[in-house]
Structures are given as structure tokens and as C-alpha cells.
Design a protein around this ligand. Structure first.
Ligand SMILES: C[S@@+](CC[C@H](N)C(=O)[O-])C[C@H]1O[C@@H](n2cnc3c(N)ncnc32)[C@H](O)[C@@H]1O
Length: 335
């Protein structure tokens, strides 16, 4: 059942992927109730995230189900030995202060197998690690958003917050951004970002800075003199209570209005903010945006072909109302 579904989906997507220059894509996400897992294709390797099933109430049953998943994935995709990376993603529990979550788990290293690969995506290259972290280093659901940023980056100053491995920065650089600032709390991801930037023929410099810092505190501190940005990518974790943070915790559902309000001094007149989240609990309300700002829901527009509605992120483009209005005005014919 699962094997057939994977084979069919891979056959459906591989031609599109080849045309689009996409080597990593989503094959399966919990479509069959017996198989509540997620399966991604990485240029011949497969990463699968198993979600524990309540019915497997003994370790024997859990092991049996795991073995069945491995067999179905291998046979369905005719995978050679050693090309399947199995991970366990625990069910998202209701978030509360101090709960085990992203701040203390999702982004930590979990192994040393070091299955590092370089993946091609829409003309760019990214390093992924298929074995040693819960995630691989590249969030596939933001592939379209990354390209939209590239298309708009020519001559722009770009700020990439909660940047992870810097994939948005690489797209901004490829799009001709004149300045980029990439901020993430983790030194591991900042080093990974530097490798990704170099993989694409760029390098950090005075105009292309990598900053390891707590974004919440860094933004609240306000910009240096004349430091402003034209494009901001703001893709925070759902929850973070890392010890390296100034505040006890950060919860996107609770803190997004303040985060966007603190961003205003960093924004140039016609700046646009790509604000996104994977949290299903965030209640986005334009009335809670900073005064004079408005938002366009970009969730549909940024959905990647291999992701269905229920999967992936929600996204908004936030800018001054006047900026959106200026986009409607027909351009004056030049003399
Ligand atoms: C959802 S990921 C961002 C994904 C990224 N936008 C991308 O598309 O690749 C969240 C990132 O936030 C970082 N992070 C968590 N808490 C942070 C904080 N307080 N300040 C800065 N970065 C933080 C994590 O290290 C992780 O890299």
C-alpha cells in the first residue's frame, strides 16, 4: 500500500522536478492512516519521519510497524541499502512554557553518521545532513517563497531572521541583493550558512554579514544608524526557550505582534516582510499589525507543488498600506 503510493508519487513528480531543477521533494505525508509518516526524496536518498502510532502500545508492535515501513519504502522506491534515513517525530503536543520543544530539541544534533550531501534546487546548491539532525538543513516547503525573494532582491538590502542554514540568503544573493544580514541563534547553523553561501559562489563580507544572536532581543534593540532593509524574511520557530535567549521563551502564537512592531524601525519606506509560520495555533489578525501596515496572505502563492494544503507553512507579505496601494497605481508613461 505505502510502497505503491510512493512509487506512483515519485513517478508523478520526477519529471517536474527535473524540469524545475529540484533534487529534493516531498513524496508522502500521512495520506494512509495506517502509515502516519512523512517521506522526502533527496536525489536518490530518502528521509522518513515516523510518528508513533497509539495502537503500537508495545515495543514489539512499534518495532514491527517500523520494519514494515522500512520494507515498503525500500521496495516501493527500489532503494539500495544505506539510502534510507529513518527519524521519529513525536506528535506535536499542546505547547506550554517549559515543554520539550523546538527550543530544546528540534534543532539539536542527534547523531554522528554525517550523511552530508549537496542538493541542487532551482539553480542553487545546498548542503543537507540526512542523518544527524531531526531536520535536514533545507525546509522544502519554502522552495517557492525562496524563489519569490530571489525575483525581488535586485539592488535590495535583505534581512533574514531565524535564518537556520541561510537558504533565503543564498537566493537573495543570487537575485542581486546589495546587502544581506543573516541572523540565527545557533553557531552550528551560522557555520552551515557560510558553507551554503560559498557553495553558491558568494562569501560573507562587510555587506553580507552573518550574526549569531537572539533575533527577538536583536530586533528589539533597534537598528544602528541608517541601517534599514527593503526585504525581511521572518520565519520564526513555533516555540523557543533556548537558554541562549534573553527572554524565558518565545511563542509565535503569543509574540508575533510585538516582533513585527519591533521590526518597523528596521524597515525602509517600501520594505516588504515575508512573515511565515508552521504553527497551526497562530491567529493572524491584520488589526494587530503596526499602525499603517497591512498584509496579504501569501500561503497559496508560496505553496510548493509537492505540498498539499494541510502541509507546510502559512505566509503573509507585510508592508505599509501605501506600498500596497502604490503597486495598484498604473505607472506614469515616461516622457
Ligand atoms: C523554522 S526555523 C527557520 C527556517 C528558515 N527560515 C529556513 O527557511 O530555512 C527556526 C530557526 O530559528 C532559530 N532560532 C530559534 N530561536 C531563536 C532565537 N531566539 N533567535 C534567533 N534564532 C532562533 C533556530 O536555530 C532555527 O534555525
Amino acid at each position: 500500500m505505502l510502497g505503491n503510493r510512493l512509487r506512483k508519487r515519485h513517478d508523478q513528480l520526477r519529471k517536474w522536478a527535473a524540469r524545475a531543477g529540484v533534487e529534493a521533494f516531498r513524496l508522502y505525508e500521512r495520506d494512509i492512516p495506517e502509515f502516519p509518516l512523512v517521506v522526502d526524496w533527496y536525489a536518490g536518498d530518502v528521509v522518513a519521519w515516523l510518528q508513533p502510532r497509539t495502537r503500537d502500545d508495545t515495543s514489539e508492535k512499534a518495532a514491527e510497524h517500523r520494519a514494515r515501513c522500512v520494507q515498503e519504502i525500500r521496495e516501493g522506491l527500489e532503494l539500495e541499502k544505506g539510502r534510507l534515513f529513518l527519524k521519529t517525530r513525536r506528535r506535536q503536543r499542546h505547547r506550554r512554557e517549559g515543554a520539550e520543544d523546538e527550543g530544546s530539541g528540534q534543532y539539536e544534533r542527534t547523531g554522528e553518521a554525517n550523511a552530508v550531501r549537496v542538493i541542487g534546487e532551482q539553480g542553487l546548491k545546498f548542503e543537507v545532513n540526512l542523518s544527524d539532525y531531526l531536520d535536514t538543513g533545507l525546509f522544502l516547503d519554502h522552495r517557492v517563497t525562496r524563489d519569490l525573494v530571489r525575483q525581488r532582491a535586485q539592488g535590495k538590502r535583505v534581512l533574514n531572521l531565524f535564518a537556520y542554514t541561510g537558504s533565503f540568503t543564498c537566493y537573495a544573493l543570487a537575485g542581486g541583493a546589495v546587502a544581506t544580514t543573516t541572523v540565527d541563534l545557533s553557531n552550528t547553523y551560522q557555520a552551515w550558512t557560510e558553507r551554503n553561501i560559498r557553495l553558491n559562489g558568494f562569501e560573507p563580507s562587510r555587506d553580507h554579514r552573518l550574526i549569531a544572536a537572539d533575533c527577538v532581543e536583536w530586533i528589539a534593540r533597534g537598528p544602528r544608524k541608517r541601517e534599514q532593509y527593503d526585504i525581511v524574511v521572518c520565519d520564526p520557530p513555533t516555540f523557543s526557550n533556548s537558554k541562549r535567549m534573553a527572554a524565558d521563551s518565545f511563542s509565535i502564537d503569543r509574540d508575533w505582534p510585538q516582533l513585527l512592531a519591533n521590526l518597523v524601525p528596521w524597515l525602509s519606506e517600501d520594505a516588504t516582510v515575508w512573515f511565515s509560520t508552521n504553527s497551526r495555533g497562530l491567529e493572524f489578525d491584520a488589526a494587530r499589525l503596526p499602525a499603517g501596515y497591512a498584509a496579504r496572505d501569501m500561503t497559496e502563492r508560496t505553496r510548493a507543488l509537492d505540498f498539499t494544503e494541510a502541509e507546510g507553512h502559512r505566509a503573509w507579505l507585510v508592508a505599509r498600506q501605501a506600498t500596497f496601494d502604490s503597486w495598484k497605481k498604473p505607472r506614469e508613461p515616461t516622457a
